[in-house]
Ligand binder design. Structure first.
Ligand code: KG4
Ligand code: ZN
Length: 377
């Protein structure tokens, strides 16, 4: 027997909501963090994160040297409802008090995204609340509006283990991609380079630490694609250059001294920082944006951050870096995009599908292999 459930069909209406207080539950499960959060926006005031819960999966994947999609999906399915319960409890609210349920519907590892979308559909169906599918990259890109109330337009640089792109953010639904990596994401390059020179994971913080006592000028590593116009970047050749420098040292002296390790780390970090700074200079020039915001784990790097800040200062551009917990994957950013979309009358229905690939700027040419850690856009 086919059972029919009463489903409220909630198509995108494009009708702007009259300003009112909105409280949303957000869910995120596109890579290796299972997260739920409750965010409230009162008209005319800065939005408030009432709760934000994240369960990481680092230990589950550690021995495989990368995120294993099937393990990630299973862990999301196990943890999502627990995170939702915890987020609602911390906010002191229940589902009936939410105005809608927002969920990452892509891009990302498909099993994890499906776990989140199924969970959100169940919650929406059970509570009769609207369901809003959110692009994970829009979550990162709109975070400076949640944290700082930043006005459109602005330039966004996403730099993490899975993403690397410049976006001009024109509205909650209009993004123009100015360029991005054509191979590895920078965080991925940090992680792989750390492995090559015998440092632990995650490679980014380890390289930053080692570089503190290293000579950044000892190894003349390339600055990939600086000779090419535009804002595209490449990081995989840099990693190969580190491999060659390491092999030359091993051939000469039988191994790496600690100082070699630190000098390689510092030289690598300087190359990434210089490339990101120069490409940011170009993206600012191309976009004419009055502000630049950064997001992603790599934005935690102090040398890289200082390089970007210096470029912003040169051009008298406002520089924003949201707190780290909101720079990396989280559900508050998803709830916030839900609020922005609900205000525009953009809601979904039970046909909402999980999308492994979902570029924010559908007019930009597809990038081969950009960000291989997860199947990102
Ligand atoms: O945004 P994120 O937490 O997760 C996703 O990629 O989705 O970024 C993690 C990445 C890792 O590759 C990590 O090595 C890198 O960010 N990372 C850093 C630093 N902290 C984290 N890279 C450079 N310097 C850091 N201090
Ligand atoms: Zn992300």
């Amino acid at each position: 027997m086919v059972r029919c459930y009463p489903v409220a069909i909630m198509h995108a209406t494009h009708l702007t909501e009259p300003a009112r207080t909105l409280t949303l539950l957000g869910l995120e499960s596109s890579c290796d963090d299972t997260a739920a959060a409750v965010v409230r926006a009162v008209p005319g005031q800065r939005a408030e994160i009432l709760s934000a819960k994240v369960a990481g999966q680092t230990e589950l994947h550690a021995r495989f040297g990368g995120v294993v999609p099937e393990i990630a999906a299973r862990a999301h399915a196990e943890k999502l409802d627990l995170m939702v319960e915890a987020a609602l409890a911390e906010a002191g609210m229940d589902l009936s008090e939410m105005d809608a349920i927002a969920v990452t519907a892509g891009p990302g590892l498909i099993g994890g995204v499906m776990s989140g979308v199924m969970c959100a559909k169940g919650l929406a169906l059970g509570s009769g609340k609207p369901l809003i599918g959110v692009n994970h990259l829009a979550g990162h890109a709109l975070t400076p509006r949640l944290t700082d109330g930043l006005e459109f337009p602005y330039l966004m640089l996403l730099v993490s283990g899975g993403h690397c792109q410049f976006l001009v953010v024109r509205s909650a639904t209009e993004f123009t991609r100015l360029g991005g990596t054509i191979d590895d994401a920078p965080g991925e390059a940090f992680d792989k380079t750390a492995k090559l020179i015998g440092l632990l994971q995650p490679g980014g913080p380890m390289i930053e630490q080692a570089a503190l006592s290293g000579d950044a000028t000892r190894f003349p590593l390339p600055r990939p694609l600086l000779d090419r116009e535009g804002c595209d970047m490449s990081f995989s050749g840099l990693k190969t250059a580190v491999l060659r420098a390491r092999d030359a040292l091993v051939a000469k002296q039988g191994g790496l001294y600690v100082q070699d390790q630190h000098d390689l780390a510092a030289s690598f970090q300087a190359a990434v920082s210089e490339v990101l700074a120069e490409k940011t200079r170009r993206a600012l020039r191309l976009s004419g944006a009055p502000a630049i915001a950064v997001a992603g784990g790599v934005a935690a790097n102090k040398v890289i951050r200082a390089g970007l800040e210096a470029v912003a200062a040169e051009t008298e551009t406002r520089f924003l870096a949201p707190p780290l917990a909101l720079c990396t994957d989280n559900a508050a950013m998803i709830a916030w995009v839900g609020i922005e979309r609900l205000r525009l009358g953009l809601v979904d229905d039970m046909t909402l599908a999980a999308r492994p690939r979902w570029p924010l700027d559908s007019t930009a040419p597809a990038m081969l292999g950009s960000g291989k850690k997860g199947a990102k856009a």
